[in-house]
Design a protein around this ligand. Structure first.
Ligand SMILES: Nc1ncnc2c1ncn2[C@@H]1O[C@H](COP(=O)(O)OP(=O)(O)OP(=O)(O)O)[C@@H](O)[C@H]1O
Length: 676
C-alpha cells in the first residue's frame, strides 16, 4: 500500500533525562485513518508536533506526500484560538491564511457548522463551552480540505452521537476524498473504526496493523487486551534477546542525521497570509475595545495629569514673621503708606507687602523662639526676623553705604531660618524672598529719587537665547515625557499581544498553518504604526496645544523622531516577548527597564549632573539621545544639521536594529536549546 507518511528512527528528547521518542518507526498508508493509541505521556503529541514541524526531531527522517504546510490540517490538543473572535471571524482568518476566497470560506463554514453542530457563527469563542471550542478547532483543521489531517484527540469530551458522526465523516473523507488522517484518542474502542492502529508505549510503536488483524494475531477479543499483552512483552523485553522489536533503542551518543523539515512553507512572505494577519489584527482590536480605549486614552490621561500635577509652583506656603520693630505687630502696616521715600517709617512692612502672594502665606509670631518652633513643628517653611530697629539701621546702611557702622550693618540684616528638607520648596521660597527683597529695595530707591538699578547686584540678564526668562520644570521634562511614553506604549502593546498569542499556543498554530515570523512581525508593525501615530498625535496636541509647552521646531522632524522612538519600543517589545514565557517575566522586564531608563535618560535630572560613570553610559540608553534631540527640536528649533538632533535619530535607528538582531539571536538560541 502506498505510504502517505513514514517515520524512520525518530529520536526526540526535551532534556538528557527526558527522552520521549526512542527510535520510533511509523508507516501511515495513503487514504487511511491511522489511530495512534497509547497511555498519557508516551509521546503521541510530541510525535504529531514533529510531523507538523512544531518540534524538530533530534534524529530520524520524516517523509510525507504532503509537501507544503497548507497540505496539512492540524488540530492541536489545546484549543489555541483567539478567544475574543467570533466563530465566523476565526473561520475567515484561517480560510484566508490558506488562500481561500471569502465565498469558499462561507460555503465551507456552512458545511462544517452543520457537520459539527456548531452554535451560531456570530458567537464569540470565549462564550462557548470547552467542547464547542474544540469542535471549532477541529473545523479549522478541515476548512481548507487538506490531504493530510493530524488530529490530536479531536473527540475528547464530545457527545457519543456527535463522536460517531465525526468518525463517519472522517471515514468518508478517507475513502471518497482519499485523505490520510492520523488521529490520537483515549477511547480505544472508538479507534477500532480506524483502518490502521499504532500502539505506542514508552516512545516506541509496539505494533501497527489493522485492528481486526491485531486482535487476530494476538488472539484477543478487543484492542485493550492486545495493548495489555504487548505492554507486558515490552516490560519483560529487556532481558530477552528475541524480543528486540519492543525494546526502546538508546539515545544516540552523537545525534547526526537530522532530517530537513518534512513540510515547507510557501515563501517568507505571502500577501494573502499577510492580509489574513492584518484582518485578524483588526478583528482582535475591534473585539478588544476596552484595551484600545486604554491604549489611546492612556497617553491622553497621562499627558493631561502630567501637565496638571507636575511643574507648577507650590502655593499657600506658611512663612513665620517676627517683626520686633513693629510694636503692634503686622496690623500696624495697614495704616502706613505703601509708596514714598519714608525711611523713618518701618520698612519691614513694605518688604512684607512685596512677598505676600499666592505662594507665601505670612503667619505672625511675637517672639523669635516661637517662630523657629513653628518651623520645627512643620507649621511654617521658614521664619523671617526683623530686628527691633531694623528700618533705622537699613536707612543708615543706604545713606552712608561704606561709612555705615558695623551695628547698623548687623541690624539691617533680615535673618531667615528655612526648612530646606524639601529641595524644591526650599529653593523656591529662597528665590522668592531674595527677588522680593530686590524689588522692595528698587521701589524704595525709585521713590527716593535714586537710580533703582543701584539697588541690585551689578549683573544684568538679557533676554534668553533659547527658552523663556522663567523656565519651568514642566517645559524641561515634557520632551522627555513624550519620548518615554512613545517608547513604552508600543512596548506594552507589543508584549501584551505577542505574549497572549504565544502563551495560548496561537502563534505556533498559525505557524503550523504556514504563517511566517516575518508576516507576523510586519502585520503587527503595520497595526502598531497606526496606533503609535495616533498616540503621538494625541500627546503632541495635549502637550503643545492644550498646555502650551514651547514648540518652536519642525513638526515633521519631531513626528519622525517620535515614530522612530515608537518603533524602537515596539522592537524592544518583540525582544521581551521572545525572552519571556509568562506575563510575569515580561512585566518584570518592562518595569525593571522603566526606572533606569527614566532616571538615566535625563528625564528627571540633567545628564550633566549624573555620576561620571553613569554619565559615560547613560547617553547610550534608548531614550537618552532622542530626549535631547526632542528638546533641541521643540525648544531650540534646531534642524537635522545640528549634532544633538541627528544623534537622536541615529540612536533610535541603532536601537531598532539592535533589538531586531537580539530578537533574532534569542529565537535562534532558544531553538537550539529546545533541540538539545
Ligand atoms: N515542551 C516540553 N518540554 C519538556 N517536556 C515535555 C514537553 N512536551 C512534552 N514533554 C514531556 O514529554 C513526554 C511526552 O509528552 P506528550 O505530550 O508527547 O505525551 P502524550 O502521549 O501526548 O500524552 P497525553 O496523551 O497526556 O497528551 C511527557 O513526559 C511530557 O512531560
Amino acid at each position: 500500500m502506498e505510504s502517505a507518511l513514514t517515520i524512520t528512527g525518530a529520536f526526540k528528547r526535551y532534556s538528557t533525562n527526558n527522552v520521549v521518542l526512542k527510535g520510533l518507526n511509523m508507516n501511515v498508508p495513503f487514504g487511511t485513518i491511522y489511530g495512534l493509541l497509547g497511555p498519557s505521556g508516551c509521546g503521541k503529541t510530541t510525535l504529531l508536533n514533529c510531523i507538523v514541524g512544531r518540534v524538530e526531531l533530534d534524529v530520524g527522517i520524516i517523509v510525507t506526500r504532503a509537501k507544503v504546510k497548507a497540505d496539512v490540517g492540524y488540530m492541536p490538543q489545546d484549543v489555541a484560538l483567539y478567544s475574543v473572535l467570533s466563530i465566523e471571524e476565526t473561520f475567515k482568518y484561517y480560510g484566508r491564511l490558506y488562500g481561500m476566497t471569502f465565498s469558499e470560506i462561507e460555503r465551507r463554514t456552512e458545511q462544517l457548522v452543520k457537520l459539527l453542530d456548531l452554535p451560531s457563527e456570530d458567537r464569540i469563542l470565549e462564550t462557548l463551552s470547552g467542547g464547542q471550542q474544540r469542535r471549532v478547532s477541529f473545523a479549522l483543521a478541515l476548512i481548507h480540505d487538506p490531504q493530510l489531517l493530524i488530529l490530536d484527540e479531536p473527540t475528547v469530551g464530545l457527545d457519543p452521537v456527535l463522536r460517531q458522526s465525526i468518525w463517519e465523516h472522517l471515514l468518508k473523507l478517507a475513502s471518497n476524498g482519499k485523505k490520510t488522517i492520523i488521529i490520537t484518542t483515549h477511547y480505544i474502542e472508538e479507534a477500532r473504526q480506524a483502518h490502521i492502529i499504532g500502539l505506542m508505549r514508552g516512545g516506541v510503536l509496539l505494533c501497527e496493523d489493522a485492528p481486526t488483524q491485531l486482535m487476530l494475531t494476538h488472539n484477543c477479543d478487543n484492542l485493550e487486551q492486545v495493548f495489555l499483552q504487548l505492554s507486558h512483552k515490552q516490560h519483560n523485553a529487556d532481558g530477552e534477546e528475541d524480543q528486540t522489536e519492543y525494546k526502546s533503542i538508546p539515545y544516540p551518543e552523537k545525534p547526526k542525521h537530522k532530517s530537513p523539515p518534512s513540510l515547507s512553507g510557501e515563501g517568507w512572505f505571502l500577501w494573502s497570509r499577510f492580509m489574513a494577519q492584518l484582518i485578524k489584527n483588526w478583528y482582535f482590536m475591534w473585539r478588544n475595545k476596552a484595551m484600545m480605549i486604554f491604549l489611546l486614552g492612556l497617553p491622553l490621561v497621562q499627558c493631561t495629569l502630567y501637565n496638571l500635577a507636575i511643574g507648577h509652583d507650590p502655593e499657600g506656603l506658611n512663612i513665620a514673621v517676627v517683626a520686633e520693630e513693629l510694636t503692634n505687630g503686622l496690623g500696624e502696616c495697614v495704616n502706613l503708606p505703601k509708596t514714598g521715600c519714608f525711611l523713618n517709617l518701618p520698612l519691614s512692612c513694605r518688604y512684607i507687602d512685596k512677598i505676600r502672594g499666592r505662594a507665601i502665606n505670612l503667619v505672625e509670631y511675637n517672639k523669635l523662639e516661637d517662630g523657629r518652633a513653628a518651623v520645627g513643628l512643620n507649621k511654617a517653611w521658614g521664619v523671617l526676623h526683623f530686628a527691633h530697629n531694623y528700618s533705622i539701621a537699613l536707612a543708615e546702611r543706604i545713606n552712608l553705604t561704606a561709612d555705615a557702622s558695623d551695628l547698623a550693618v548687623e541690624l539691617s540684616q533680615l535673618n531667615v531660618w528655612m526648612d530646606m528638607s524639601n529641595q524644591y520648596i526650599g529653593n523656591m521660597l529662597r528665590e522668592d524672598l531674595i527677588s522680593g527683597y530686590a524689588d522692595f529695595l528698587q521701589d524704595v530707591f525709585k521713590d527716593c529719587g535714586w537710580p533703582p538699578h543701584a539697588a541690585n547686584i551689578p549683573v544684568r540678564f538679557e533676554d534668553p537665547v533659547y527658552g523663556s526668562r522663567n523656565p519651568s520644570f514642566i517645559h524641561f521634562a515634557s520632551p522627555a515625557v513624550i519620548v518615554v511614553f512613545m517608547f513604552y506604549l508600543p512596548l506594552m502593546f507589543t508584549v501584551g499581544v505577542m505574549l497572549y498569542e504565544k502563551m495560548a499556543g496561537i502563534l505556533e498554530r498559525c505557524m503550523v498553518a504556514g504563517v511566517t515570523a516575518l508576516e507576523v512581525v510586519v502585520a503587527h508593525s503595520v497595526v502598531q504604526f497606526v496606533v503609535l501615530c495616533i498616540q503621538g498625535m494625541l500627546m503632541m496636541i495635549i502637550m503643545y496645544q492644550v498646555f502650551d509647552s514651547p514648540f518652536v521646531g519642525n513638526f515633521f522632524l519631531t513626528s519622525v523622531l517620535l515614530i522612530l522612538q515608537g518603533l524602537s519600543g515596539m522592537c524592544f517589545g518583540f525582544l521581551i516577548s521572545v525572552i519571556s514565557d509568562t506575563m510575569n517575566t515580561a512585566s518584570f522586564m518592562g518595569i525593571g527597564s522603566f526606572f533606569p531608563l527614566c532616571s538615566m535618560s535625563g528625564m528627571l535630572w540633567p545628564q550633566e549632573g549624573m555620576h561620571t560613570i553613569l554619565k559615560s553610559i547613560g547617553w547610550l540608553l534608548p531614550t537618552s539621545l532622542p530626549t535631547e534631540a526632542m528638546r533641541a527640536l521643540t525648544a531650540r528649533g534646531w534642524g537635522m544639521d545640528h549634532k544633538t538632533v541627528y544623534k537622536g535619530f541615529i540612536s533610535s535607528c541603532v536601537w531598532i536594529l539592535f533589538f531586531c538582531v537580539m530578537t533574532r539571536f534569542v529565537i535562534k538560541i532558544r531553538k537550539g536549546l529546545r533541540a538539545k
